[in-house]
Design a protein around this ligand. Structure first.
Ligand code: NAP
Length: 503
């Protein structure tokens, strides 16, 4: 096995000078009614770089009172925004798309600094996240209804679509730009106003993006942003207020369940993008080169911290050793280090707790009989680093096979028959995404029908696309983001009956 690559120099786009200039541009207040302001309590909290543990900036820490001020602003802005011509809403989103891409260096660097992903991946997220702005600018002008005659011929049925009202959007830390644009863009396209609560670990990208929305002319109060360390009380204040009409949440399944329960008294529309436990199936007729490449992308993108990350690898017994040897050889070459350095594949995990949890999952699997093929350890020193890891022969009862890993650990087990593979893949309460590698067309078609997931990669390792409906089955969520479906989450239907005009 070759020696691991070492991280290279600091990327020329991420020098201390670039970082200081960038951080000087990030708004650090709460965005309420078109202006940045301190928290009503005067409180702030620190945001730090997971690669160094060093502080980056302090931002205002919203209280429940601030939350209600944000919701009031969204409520006041709603009638005018809902009445704004769809073409005008579309042009603002399109302008935001252009501006995010124009400022791609700033957004990419900021995501690497506050979240840790390697800089090239952060550039990839700018493209992906920006695409939701372009896609929903195009969808804003295609909100349609229908007109028909009742079967009896005695009336006319009109069906129209209307924005649901002020929305509360909660985002996670793992894709700081894309998770924000994937909610804000369809909401604004539909004519809704929003209050956004970013993850407390990564609020900076959302604030910079909100400033872009103000810069291109999105009116005051349409987008309000509330960084906070009091996500529970802030959310309660909003969810208990009758002015909010919808909650869209991306995050873990336990928090999603709790928020669903808290949305019940107000009978809110809800969209839930929750956790995953994706199976990755390699059949004996797979193109092994493609399967290895897809496996590495599906597992190690975002340092394994994606809801769509392949969590459980089921490889046909006939290929298992070769597949394992090839992914192990590739992973042994991955450089681990700060995402601003060149050549890095594995940046830091989001926080020290995540490093500890990843180590425990690997130790549990090994104690139950799994074989550690490469990696398996946290790195000493500053920053939350865990090596890229491959574990083989993982028994079904290992926690690695049941829990969402959210770290750079590729866990392999084997199967003999298609029925067994399907049974193992579906043996989870999650149902977000599955990956299948096979060259047998009929098998691929059977698996589309047999795997209980909202999305499937058939001979591909990454499925996300702004034009496609992203979302899960079972306890991975409710509703869809992106695609034709995404804007419908922010629209409500009205049916109007009129008499037969000829009667
Ligand atoms: P998380 O702990 O559930 O947090 C997600 C968001 O919810 C954060 O903004 C968090 O704020 C907030 N939150 C936490 N507790 C809350 C409460 N009691 N009331 C209201 N808000 C609360 O999840 P995470 O660790 O950030 O993200 C990882 C999870 O997200 C994984 O399970 C992953 O699979 C899932 N995810 C799903 C998708 C998808 O599309 N299906 C996409 C990305 C991630 P604080 O930061 O202040 O705690």
């Amino acid at each position: 096995m070759s020696e691991p690559e070492t991280a290279g120099d600091v990327d020329p786009r991420a020098t201390p000078g670039h970082i200081a200039e960038l951080l000087g541009q990030v708004p650090t207040g709460l965005l309420i009614d078109g202006g940045w302001r301190p928290a009503e309590t005067g409180q702030t909290f620190g945001v730090s770089d997971p690669a160094t543990g060093q502080p980056l900036l302090r931002v205002a820490d919203a209280s429940p009172a601030d939350a209600l001020a944000g919701l009031a602003a969204a409520d006041r802005a709603f009638p005018a925004w809902a009445a704004t011509a769809p073409r005008d809403r579309a042009e603002l989103l399109r302008a935001a798309f252009e501006e995010v891409l124009r400022r791609r260096d700033e957004f990419a660097l900021l995501m690497t600094l506050e979240m840790g992903k390697p800089l090239p991946e952060a550039y990839g997220e700018v493209t992906y996240g920006g695409e939701f702005l372009r896609w929903f600018s195009e969808e804003a002008v295609r909100i349609q209804g229908r007109y028909g005659t009742t079967p009896e011929g005695n009336g006319r049925v009109l069906v129209s679509q209307h924005p649901v009202g002020p929305c509360y959007l909660i985002t996670p830390w793992n894709f700081p730009l894309a998770m924000a644009t994937r909610k804000i863009a369809p909401a604004l396209a539909a004519g809704c106003t929003v209050v956004v609560k970013p993850a407390s670990l990564t609020p900076l990208t959302t604030s910079l993006f909100a400033q872009v929305l103000l810069d291109v002319g999105v009116p005051a109060g349409v987008v309000n942003v509330l960084p906070t360390t009091a996500s529970g009380p802030v959310s309660t204040a909003i969810l208990e207020d009758p002015r909010v009409r919808k909650l869209s949440f991306t995050g873990s399944t336990p928090v999603g369940r709790d928020l669903l329960a808290r949305s019940a008294p107000g009978v809110l529309r809800t969209s839930m993008e929750l956790g995953g436990n994706a199976p990755f199936l390699v059949f004996p007729d797979a193109d092994l080169d493609a399967a290895v490449e897809g496996a590495l992308r599906a597992k190690f993108r975002n340092i394994g911290q994606a809801c769509t990350a392949a969590n459980r690898f089921f490889v046909h017994r006939s290929l298992a050793e070769e597949f394992t040897a090839r992914v192990t050889a590739a992973v042994a070459n991955y450089a681990t280090g700060p995402g601003i350095r060149t050549g890095v594949t594995i940046g830091p995990l989001i926080e020290p707790r995540a490093v500890a949890k990843t180590g425990e999952l690997v130790a549990d699997a090994v104690a139950r009989g799994a074989t550690l093929r490469v990696g398996g350890h946290a790195l000493e020193g500053a920053g939350s680093f865990f090596e890229a890891t491959v574990v083989a022969d993982v028994p079904a009862e290992a926690a690695l096979m049941r829990e969402e890993i959210f770290g750079p650990v590729l866990a392999i087990t084997t199967f003999e028959t298609e029925d067994e593979a399907v049974r193992l893949a579906n043996a989870t309460e999650y149902g977000l995404v599955s990956y299948v590698y096979t060259r047998d067309l009929a098998r691929g078609q059977r698996l589309i029908e047999r795997l209980a997931t909202g999305m499937m990669g058939l001979n591909v390792g990454v499925v996300s696309n702004a034009a496609a409906p992203f979302g899960g089955w079972k306890q991975s969520g409710l509703g869809r983001e992106g695609g034709l479906e995404g804007i419908r989450e922010y629209l409500q239907t009205k049916y109007t009956l009129t008499p037969d005009p000829f009667a």
